[in-house]
Design a protein. Structure first.
Length: 430
């Protein structure tokens, strides 16, 4: 088996390598290719990855490459974790929002749109190489905004098998398991735990939880509401949670409490990108240490809890035909029958050798669907804008987004977005 990681110079990579090392008994992995366009960073991160694998008896080879096509050729799985423009572009996304009085965040609002416009053409080029050089490979996209990028893949790379992956679902699942284990004093098997969640990436509502078929949601939800009532400054309004009967994804705070989030931005610097840039300086310095063979503790500051767990479990279930249930981003295809079949949704899906199969789910209430529909229209317009360099589609995407600017400020915001990202958006300037 050959697995390729595009964006192999990411500081997340050592965590992913650890995940594959933990699966050597269940995955016949022979070659792990780390591909990146930044040779200096690739050599630092990749060199550390090679030492990690060698320290465990070298059960597979780690190959470093700056050639995308060669890295993908013959792969069984391709994992994308790239960032076009790297951290400076993320910082630009954040301050783009801030200077226009909008949410500045890498996946939500104007920042998420800028990132999508940069990222979609890059991921579609990867899909083209997969179609021509590894047509049987499964593409697991971790690149944000994961749902929007997966939407582009389903519409403009229909010949490949692709799934969007995010660690929010598995993190919520593991947190709920921890709560139950603490309350009962008994250990619960994560492989038998299923989180019922539905929506779009970074726009989901958790509404059910079971372990080995036993419904444990009443205990989970009751404990969540109780904890909110005990907090002096709860992160969610209790009345809203009780009304919905669900636990919102953290990112919904940008929509439910926009003014609060905007006020927090006024305290920048540092923005989150600037914090991560400092964390990455330390991590890269550690990775360059020729004596280091295990990920340093500071990797946890980078975020992305359970990232490697989810990536390896997904591949493990697919290759070994296990039929495990994971929360992923995949085309609806009638799973939520009252919603458009061609929308990419984030929901539980069964993963086996035959592919990724979304499980049937009841639709969300109108209060949630209204927001989902509005954001999905923004996503579809952003895909068209990114693929075709269509300024009018980009204009309408900003009009549609609930976190976008007032209509009379759309031209100024769009011009700023495009000029700020001009070097990565040739499709808008040719």
């Amino acid at each position: 088996m050959k697995i390729t990681v595009v964006g192999g110079g990411s500081t997340y990579t050592p965590e992913l390598v650890n995940g594959f090392l933990a699966c050597v008994d269940s995955l016949p992995l022979q070659e792990l290719w780390l591909m990146d366009i930044d040779p200096e960073r690739l050599n630092i991160v990749g060199g550390f990855a090679q030492r990690m694998v060698k320290g465990r008896g070298e059960p597979f080879k780690v190959i470093l490459s700056t050639n995308q096509r060669a890295s993908i050729a013959g792969a069984s799985y391709v994992v994308t974790q790239l960032r076009v423009g790297m951290m400076p572009a993320r910082r630009g996304d954040e301050y783009l929002g801030k200077r226009h009085g909008l949410i500045g965040q890498e996946t939500t609002g104007i920042g998420g749109m800028a990132k999508a416009l940069r990222t979609i053409p890059a991921v579609l080029s990867i899909a083209k190489d997969i179609l021509e050089a590894a047509p049987d490979a499964l593409l697991a996209n971790f690149t944000n905004p994961a749902g929007l990028v997966t939407e582009a893949l389903t519409r403009y790379a229909p010949g490949i098998s692709a799934v969007g992956v995010c660690n929010v679902g598995i993190t919520a699942k593991m947190h709920m398991l921890g709560q139950l284990e603490k309350a009962t004093g008994s250990r619960l098997d994560p492989e038998h735990a299923v989180l019922d969640t539905l929506g779009l990436n970074h726009l989901t509502w958790h509404r059910g939880f079971s372990v080995a078929g036993e419904d444990l949601w009443p205990e989970i939800f009751s404990a969540f509401v109780k904890s909110l009532k005990q907090e002096p400054e709860p992160e969610w309004d209790v009345r809203t949670i009780e009304s919905l009967g669900m636990i919102p994804n953290y990112y919904l705070q940008y929509f439910y409490y926009t003014d609060k989030k905007l006020k927090a931005q006024e305290k920048w610097p540092p923005s989150r990108a600037e914090e991560v840039m400092e964390i990455e300086k330390d991590l890269l310095r550690d990775y360059a240490d020729p004596n280091l063979t295990e990920p340093p503790p500071d990797l946890m500051k980078r975020g992305g809890a359970y990232y490697s767990t989810l990536a390896t479990q997904l591949i493990h279930s697919h290759h070994n035909d296990l039929g495990q249930i994971h929360v992923v981003n995949v085309r609806n295809n009638g799973a939520v029958k009252d919603w458009p079949s061609d929308w990419v949704l984030e929901l539980p899906a069964r993963v086996d050798r035959g592919g990724i199969h979304p499980l049937r789910a009841d639709p969300l209430p109108a209060a949630c669907f209204g927001l989902i529909a509005q954001v999905k229209m923004y996503e579809l317009l952003t895909v068209e804008a990114a693929v075709h360099g269509d300024r009018n589609a980009a204009y309408q995407a900003l009009l549609a987004h609930p976190l976008g600017p007032p209509a009379d400020r759309v031209p100024a915001v769009l011009d700023d977005l495009l000029e700020t990202n001009k070097s990565w958006l040739p499709q808008f300037f040719d």
